[in-house]
Design a protein. Structure first.
Length: 76
């Protein structure tokens, strides 16, 4: 729980820092958040394939861990 809180706190603080820097550089307030969120958009097919492969890896890893845990519980 601490790790999630620290990650969330760091993400929010970095996002806030970026917004304040953009305001200091003279960007319009309406376009700043859109500009920051645009960088997370996946646009190329290569990026989509890699994103899907990562998602599949974590799903398969989670399912295999769940199955191993159930098998160990049944063996005892």
């Amino acid at each position: 729980m601490k790790t999630i809180f620290v990650m969330l706190l760091l993400s929010i603080s970095m996002f806030t820092l970026i917004i304040f820097l953009d305001l200091a550089l003279g960007f319009s307030p309406h376009g700043i958040i859109r500009k920051q969120l645009r960088s997370f958009r996946v646009t190329e097919q290569t990026e989509l394939v890699i994103l899907i492969l990562f998602a599949l890896y974590f799903v398969i890893k989670g399912i295999s861990g769940f199955i191993k845990k159930k098998q160990q519980e049944n063996a005892q």
